[in-house]
Design a protein around this ligand. Structure first.
Ligand SMILES: Nc1ncnc2c1ncn2[C@@H]1O[C@H](COP(=O)(O)OP(=O)(O)OP(=O)(O)O)[C@@H](O)[C@H]1O
Ligand code: SF4
Ligand SMILES: [Mg+2]
Length: 407
């Protein structure tokens, strides 16, 4: 944890038993975490500036800590440029971190030798947003699936075909697709082939980076259903990255909200939707394209552009856009603190009764009062369930998923 976060923690009036994220927001359930991320940092140095001494550094991921339990789905949501993809790549060590640690199945990923990492690679796979970019246009589906199978020592022609077919069937495709090239597939079919390819090495962890964002909404629902089935049948663990809050809510056990390289809130989606603790989460919910949704909860609408990650604002990075910002927010960085079991937020006002969340602030607090139309009543929604009242209705359906506008 950065010193800024420590000093923020002391200033945010957290409950005496409030835990800071030195240990990281913990996984749901009692299982030992499959993934433990601690104080992960990635600063990209931009080219140029050597001679003038003003080399610019992008603070893409800046001190992020969390756990993911085996079999859990952790959703990561945030605006474009908030660091979601970089975080996913750091977990797989496709990008080398500046500092911090990642433990996967008890192994310190960042200190493995190349050979050790190569051996562990099959356990951690990634599915990207654009399946046509990740599948070679020159390979048929059968050939694309055969590549990882060969690395897994499945080499006989008949065996490769049988295993490829089995993988295709797991994602709802069949023999008719085996000899097609990517351009002969629809977007949804191609993404399912990409998922099948990721499954070929029997991974434990799948990093899904915007896996449905390039698909039509009707196809999105199908791919999400495939992912949900696979998770249950193969006991997979997902880090599900999306700018689409409703999709993330639909599939995740827990959600982490990122803003300018930081995790600002984590918790179960049902509770978060019913009662966001961080004004940024509240604003994201306000941006869901359901006029009555924002109105019903009286949530602030997100305004202004995301500041530059080269020069992130001091103190709370959200302060230039936050309707609740106070003097302390401009100077002291708030720590990510557990305000209630499983509910973590990095805001000086969370849990004090003057911000979002419980207490007099709550859903009818200053954010709400500043934005809600006169007479609009914020209704409390049941918390604690992914399928609680906040989940009911079209907003929970991927087919009408709300999303954070990409910059
Ligand atoms: N290789 C790189 N070199 C320099 N800057 C980078 C590099 N990769 C990412 N960045 C910067 O890091 C920040 C985070 O990028 P990242 O791709 O992780 O965001 P994201 O949340 O995935 O955004 P999106 O929703 O648009 O995919 C951005 O400002 C981006 O420009
Ligand atoms: S009130 Fe707003 S600016 Fe202040 S710490 Fe919370 S989110 Fe940041
Ligand atoms: Mg991205």
């Amino acid at each position: 944890m950065s010193s800024g976060q420590e000093s923020g923690a002391q200033m945010n009036g957290r409950p005496a038993d409030g835990r800071t994220a030195g240990g990281g927001p913990q996984a749901s359930g009692t299982a030992a975490p499959l993934v433990q991320v601690r104080d992960l940092v990635k600063h990209f140095r931009l080219p140029g500036g050597w001679l003038t001494g003003d080399q610019q550094v992008v603070h893409a991921v800046d001190g992020v800590s969390f756990d993911i339990a085996a079999g859990e789905v952790l959703g990561i949501v945030g605006e474009s440029g908030s660091g979601k993809t970089t975080l996913g790549r750091l977990l797989l060590r496709l990008t080398e971190p500046t500092s911090g640690s990642v433990t996967f199945a008890g192994r310190d990923l960042l200190h493995l030798t190349g050979r050790e990492l190569w051996r562990l690679r099959p356990s951690m796979q990634v599915v990207f947003q654009n399946p046509f970019a990740s599948l070679s246009p020159r390979l048929t589906v059968r050939q694309a699936l055969a590549e990882p199978l060969r690395a897994h020592r499945v080499t006989g022609r008949g065996e490769v075909r049988a295993r490829a077919l089995e993988l295709l069937e797991r994602v709802g495709l069949g023999a008719a697709h085996l000899d097609r090239y990517p351009h002969e597939l629809s977007g949804g079919q191609a993404q399912r082939v990409a998922i099948a390819r990721a499954l070929a090495l029997s991974p434990k962890l799948l990093i899904l980076d915007e896996p449905t964002s390039a698909l039509d909404v009707s196809v999105q629902a199908h791919v999400l259903a495939v992912l949900e089935d696979l998770r249950a049948s193969a006991g997979l663990t997902y880090l599900f990255i999306s700018h689409d809050l409703a999709v993330v809510r639909h599939i995740s056990d827990r959600i982490g909200v990122m803003y300018l390289g930081k995790l600002v809130e984590t918790g179960c989606g049902g509770e978060m939707f019913a009662e966001p603790l961080h004004p940024y989460t509240a604003a994201l919910l306000g941006a869901l394209p359901r006029p009555d949704f924002a109105q019903r909860r009286g949530l602030a609408v997100l305004e202004g552009a995301v500041p530059s990650p080269v020069h992130p604002p001091p103190g709370c990075r959200f302060h230039p856009r936050c309707p609740l910002a106070q003097e302390v927010c401009r100077t002291a960085e708030p720590a990510l603190v557990e305000h209630r079991p499983g509910r973590w937020a990095a805001c000086h006002l969370a849990g004090t009764g003057t911000g979002t969340g419980t207490g007099p602030g709550g859903a009818s607090g200053p954010v709400a009062r500043a934005q809600a139309p006169a007479g609009a009543q914020a209704k409390p929604a049941a918390a604690g369930s992914k399928d609680g009242p906040a989940a009911a209705g079209p907003v929970d359906s991927p087919a009408v998923a709300g999303h954070v506008e990409k910059a």
